[in-house]
Write a protein that binds this ligand. Structure first.
Ligand code: ZN
Length: 512
């Protein structure tokens, strides 16, 4: 007993009655756990061995710094609760188990972690964007976002998609330039006459973003505005630099869809889910279009099928390109930071996914006749409450938008013909080299702009737009009339071409 040192307690313990006891000295301020450890050390037991303490009468004493002092004559007895050896092994086993569990969760839960961090990030971003919070709070959110981004970066490892880096947006959203569209631009955007050539890529991205806001898709479906930006960037990065099937074509098709929604007041007869499907299918409809292509107009055999390329094999020759566009679209959406559909429940998501797939697959021109015939049967007794009717109309609408360049003013439409011919010629050149059959309308030596366009406008475009006009007479002035005008113009051009040829021919004959 050394009670003269007030901050230290001491105890005599005797584990073996025949042996002389051990003396332990401890601070009055240490924890019961420390005292237990001290006992274990004194008795040569593993540190975490469970102990009970008995006084000389055999009564149990609670182990803590305030327990009664004892003497050498009345030592306490320390009783280990389990065998030391066993506890030792158990400790070792527990350690190994903990380590293994940690390794496993590191390996398998990293994706959960990413989703969780991304969701938290999305929540914070939404707060910043939507609520217009006070500067101090915004600053705090920013620093939180930065911290989370750093955390994500450090947690990021090879479990994430890195085989195709394009699927992850390359640019950081906060540095994405923000364009304020003028009132004039916003008005023009609602018309088929919109000049699609005067915009940089970032400006087109801003326009697309504007459409999603303007149609109230962002508000109604509680979309994170920053996710929308990131998704659009990722879409942009997944269009290739083809002469025709590129991001500007994606923009044109979507802008025409937006015009049709506005001009035909489609929001009055369609649900917002339908509007979302129409817009999103338009945005995604040619994703990752390869550079050798089929004319999506009036052919059955495509380069893809003829050449038995990888895509044709993958999709069993059934709309291989369109299936690929769909697959890429949903690969992009499967990333949490690009998922504009994250607020939907599983059933609604399934419905939207099905809707988008149906529309993108409908852009395969090999199915043109089938789809238009099916629409013509329905159009005279069209029923907006009939799901089949509505789906068929949506398919025709995306088809119209996809091939709608000739609806645009001549100076906007004409450069697209050159782009398309350039893409065809690249394909037919390659087909010639590979010994594949070349479609005459793709052959550099046989095609002229007027011959390429007249048949297409006359037999594909006008009949389809006229069928839609039965439901929406308001498109006659702004869409069907320009098509008729374009047809006439190309017919005149063709006559001029032929006239020139005839004159030349006669001249040649005279010379002979
Ligand atoms: Zn297209």
């Amino acid at each position: 007993m050394f009670s003269e040192v007030p901050s230290v307690g001491s105890l005599i313990t005797n584990n073996d009655e025949s042996a002389f006891g051990e003396q332990v000295v401890f601070s009055r301020f240490c924890s019961p756990f420390d005292i237990k450890e001290l006992f274990c050390t004194a008795l040569g037991l593993p540190r975490n061995t469970g102990l009970s303490l008995l006084d000389s009468t055999g009564a149990m004493v609670s182990i803590d710094p305030t327990m009664p002092h004892n003497t050498e004559r009345s030592p306490y007895k320390v009783v280990p609760l389990s065998g030391g050896q066993l506890a030792d092994k158990e400790e070792l086993f527990q350690n190994v188990l903990t380590q293994v569990a940690e390794q496993f969760s590191r390996a398998f839960k990293i994706n959960d972690l990413k989703t969780e961090v991304t969701n938290r990030l999305a929540m914070l971003e939404k707060r910043v964007e939507l609520d217009g919070m006070k500067v101090v709070q915004i600053e705090k959110c920013r620093s939180d976002i930065k911290k989370l981004q750093e955390e994500m970066a450090s947690k990021n490892n090879s479990h994430f998609i890195d085989d195709n880096k394009k699927l992850t947006p390359r640019r950081d959203v906060p540095s994405y330039p923000k364009y304020h569209l003028s009132q004039e631009t916003m008005e023009a955007l609602r018309q088929p006459s919109f000049d699609v050539w005067q915009w940089e890529h970032n400006e087109m991205l801003s326009c697309l973003e504007h459409m999603y806001h303007e149609l109230e898709l962002v508000k109604d479906f509680n979309m994170n505005p920053i996710t929308l930006k990131r998704w659009l960037l990722c879409i942009h990065d997944n269009y290739r630099m083809n002469p025709f099937h590129n991001f500007r074509h994606c923009f044109c098709v979507t802008q025409m869809m937006y015009s049709m929604i506005c001009i035909c007041s489609l929001q009055e007869m369609f649900t917002q889910v339908d509007i979302l499907i129409l817009m999103t299918a338009a945005v995604c409809h040619d994703l990752d279009h390869p550079d050798t292509t089929t004319r999506k107009t009036h052919i059955l055999l495509t380069y893809q099928v003829n050449a038995r390329t990888e895509l044709a094999v993958r999709y069993n020759d059934i709309s291989p390109l369109e299936n690929h566009h769909c697959a890429v679209a949903f690969q992009i959406l499967s990333q949490p930071d690009c998922n504009i559909f994250s607020s939907f429940d599983a059933d609604t998501f399934k419905q939207i996914r099905q809707g988008i797939i149906t529309l993108i697959l409908a852009t395969d021109m090999a199915r043109h006749g089938e789809i238009l015939d099916s629409f013509k049967i329905k159009v005279d007794s069209f029923d907006f409450t009939d799901e089949e009717h509505v789906t068929c109309l949506k398919m025709v609408l995306i088809k119209c938008c996809d091939i709608s360049n000739e609806v645009r003013p001549m100076e906007v439409a004409e450069p697209w013909v050159d782009c398309l011919l350039e893409e065809y010629f690249m394909q037919s050149d390659r087909e010639k080299v590979e010994g594949l059959p070349v479609a005459p309308f793709m052959d550099r030596e046989k095609v002229t702009k007027p011959t390429a366009q007249i048949g297409f406008i006359k037999f594909v475009l006008i009949p389809m737009f006229e069928a839609v006009m039965k439901l929406f007479p308001q498109i006659e002035d702004v869409m069907v009339q320009p098509l008729r005008g374009s047809r006439e113009r190309y017919e005149q051009l063709k006559q001029i071409d032929e006239g020139t040829y005839e004159v030349r021919g006669r001249g040649a004959a005279k010379e002979k």
